[in-house]
Design a protein around this ligand. Structure first.
Ligand code: TXA
Ligand code: MG
Length: 363
């Protein structure tokens, strides 16, 4: 789908201290939310594009700015327990447990919705997704707005999520009311979406809170039919958002799956082949393999180290930034090493697989 955005709105910009946000700036941003406008703000995961969750016209502006399909529901961001009570029908004991353990933080709970939540937020579903972000700026904005704030990631639908204000401005300048720039986000991939409306709690989207962490609190946790590794079967969408093309940079992204030493050799061979065709080729690698791409006879057009294979948190923090950088540098092809599916690495690989549109090179 090609989406043409008309940039015609005045977009306010505030640079804020991420740890001690300046009160006057938050008040200005909150007044836009209260007036039914959209404001982008940092969370600990990615930047969100927020609007008053109880104002359907304001929420509609989010869908328009993002070019988001109307059947893909939004997450409601809350700052208080009282906000949670307002948007859901009831709070089951396991939800209370999870809230106590993981909020504020990168865990989104899907629960039966309160009838007061507008349909546009939940895309007509009878459940609602809720989370309390851990970022000071996000929390202060919600508090000063005096309403729960519906917010998806602040990118044009289908594109990589924004982990810095620059990424948001590239996609959204002139189509949103304002942006609070609180620097780079710390987690780097989105929240875990956990469905508590079915019998067994089910992870619909892996994210900042890992399955292992959830299993320490809940008796059973299921992972939706998302493929768990690169050999898995077809993937069937469970969460409405999962069926869409996602997180994709403009260049074609390929994952090289298999033994890491062989993968390095294959990547180098592929880079040279594509370069011969006149393509610009990026390589996204790990600290452990970096030196193999720095030898004399070889030069990728862009080489980005995502982090150590033993530190998935670093890789998570760097992933979207690397994808944005590939776009800025007009890469035609992006070759990515496979990273271990461990801890938050599971979410990282989930996003890389989606960004690849299943272009997986098996060794
Ligand atoms: O970390 C995050 O979650 C970020 C920040 C801004 O909070 N937000 C975010 O929102 O990633 P978004 O809209 O990009 O992704 C929300 C996901 C989508 O896959 C959507 O389909 C799913 O949550 N979702 C929302 N409401 C749902 C519901 N009622 N049932 C199932 N899935 C739902
Ligand atoms: Mg998103």
């Amino acid at each position: 789908m090609i989406f043409i955005i008309k940039r015609r709105m005045r977009t306010r910009y505030w640079r804020v201290n991420p740890f001690h946000p300046e009160k006057n700036k938050i008040i200005e941003a909150a007044s836009l939310i209260r007036a039914g406008n959209t404001v982008a703000f940092p969370t600990e995961t990615v930047y969100g594009l927020g609007a008053d969750a109880f104002n359907p016209e304001a929420v509609q502006k989010i869908f328009t700015a993002k070019g988001r399909p109307a059947d893909n529901p939004l997450i409601i961001h809350v700052a208080y327990w009282r906000h949670l009570e307002k948007v859901v029908q009831e709070i089951p004991p396991e939800a209370a447990l999870l809230v106590r353990r993981f909020w504020p933080g990168p865990l989104t709970l899907v629960l039966p919705k309160s009838p007061e939540v507008p349909h546009v937020v939940t895309a007509g579903l009878d459940t609602v997704a809720v989370r309390m972000p851990r970022h000071r700026v996000a929390l202060e904005l919600i508090r000063r707005s005096r309403c729960p704030v519906a917010a998806p990631s602040a990118n044009v639908s289908g594109r990589p999520s924004p982990t810095a204000a620059d990424h948001v401005l590239k996609d959204m300048y002139g189509v949103i009311g304002g942006i609070l720039d609180g620097g780079s986000t710390s987690v780097g991939v989105e929240s875990t979406v956990l469905d508590l409306s079915s019998d067994v709690p089910t992870i619909l989207r892996p994210g900042g809170v890992t399955r292992e962490q959830l299993e320490r609190v809940l008796k059973r946790v299921r992972v939706s039919s998302e493929r768990e590794n690169l050999n898995g079967d077809e993937f069937i969408p469970r969460s409405p958002g999962m069926k869409y093309r996602h997180y994709s940079p403009r260049g074609e992204l390929y994952i090289i799956h298999g033994n890491i030493e062989k993968a390095v050799g294959k990547i180098k061979e592929l880079v040279l082949n594509w370069q011969k065709e006149g393509k610009k080729v990026a390589v996204l690698c790990s600290r452990e393999t970096q030196q193999h791409y720095l030898q004399n006879d070889f030069k990728a057009d862009l080489l980005m180290v995502l982090g150590s294979r033993k530190e998935p948190k670093t890789v998570a923090r760097k992933l979207y930034e690397a994808l944005h950088r590939c776009d800025e540098e007009n890469m035609d092809v992006i070759l990515v090493e496979e990273f271990p599916f461990k801890g938050i690495g599971y979410a990282v690989m989930n996003r890389i697989i989606k960004a690849s549109g299943n272009r997986i090179i098996q060794l």
